[in-house]
Write a protein that binds this ligand. Structure first.
Ligand SMILES: [Zn+2]
Length: 258
């Protein structure tokens, strides 16, 4: 295991960093995790039903509850934390090749990462989509209708059912998005996994691809992951504390090599 100074140097020297983020970085911005030990779904099985696509499409009551849940999501008030900002710093230094995220809150983009660099494998809650015609648009447009009294708003063009443009339980991942994530992983010289248990496939396979292609692996997560043993460094601490510490000071880290 690398010491912090070695790790800072390793990060400072990387030219093609691929970051992979999960719920853990968002919980530090006040957005609850759904699957973790303290997760919303773990504590309330009804909440999981709300996010199952089959129930959603079949049951207007499930959709009404979902729209209320979207309206009141803590994500609308959440702000990026020091962990998000540290990843922005990697992009500013032109070291960030890609940012793969399981999060749907767009806090990375709000923090300042370029949208074209962010690969959202589970979609985004800030956009809606229509099951009838495939139209997409800003979620706030539909939430305005919910606020105005429409309990289960449908598409104004085709009458279809609307939902957030995210991957619900029972829905397929978008193959093009997953392919893009996997391809980016093979181009990494350093793979930085943050706030993810690395247990959900196929995206967890990105770690194996990166490692197979020779990348260093750095993991920052509250709980152990199946990849800890093959990682070059593992931190089971606060993300917003660790990332600024290991990412800051590229110049000084580079200088200390001489
Ligand atoms: Zn439509």
């Amino acid at each position: 295991m690398a010491m912090v100074e070695d790790l800072k140097r390793m990060i400072a020297q990387a030219g093609n960093i691929v970051a992979f983020t999960g719920a853990g970085i968002s919980t530090e911005s006040g957005i609850p995790d759904f699957r973790g030990p303290q997760g919303v779904w773990t504590k309330n099985p009804l909440a999981e039903k709300l996010s199952n696509i089959h129930h959603y499409l079949a049951d207007p009551e499930v959709r009404k509850a979902s729209w209320q849940s979207r309206l009141n999501s803590p994500a609308w008030r959440a702000k990026p934390n020091a962990g998000h900002l540290a990843i922005v710093e990697l992009e500013r230094r032109r070291q960030l090749h890609a940012l793969i995220t399981q999060n749907i809150d767009e806090l990375h983009q709000l923090a300042g990462n370029s949208p074209e660099r962010v690969i959202e494998v589970h979609g985004t809650m800030r956009r809606f989509m229509c099951f009838g015609c495939g139209m997409r648009g800003a979620m706030q447009l539909v939430l305005e209708r919910v606020r105005a009294g429409e309990a289960d708003p449908h598409c104004r063009d085709c009458g279809g059912i609307l939902k957030s443009d995210t991957i619900s339980f029972g829905q397929q991942l978008v193959p093009e998005v997953i392919d893009r994530a996997m391809h980016a992983a093979t181009e990494a010289d350093l793979f930085l996994a943050v706030g993810t248990s690395l247990q959900v496939y196929p995206v967890a396979g990105a770690v194996e691809l990166a490692r197979g292609a020779g990348a260093r692996i750095v993991i920052v997560n509250a709980e152990p992951t199946p990849f800890d043993r093959v990682a070059d460094a593992v931190f089971n601490e606060s993300i917003s504390a660790v990332l600024p510490r290991i990412i800051s000071g590229r110049e000084s880290a580079a200088r200390s090599l001489h």
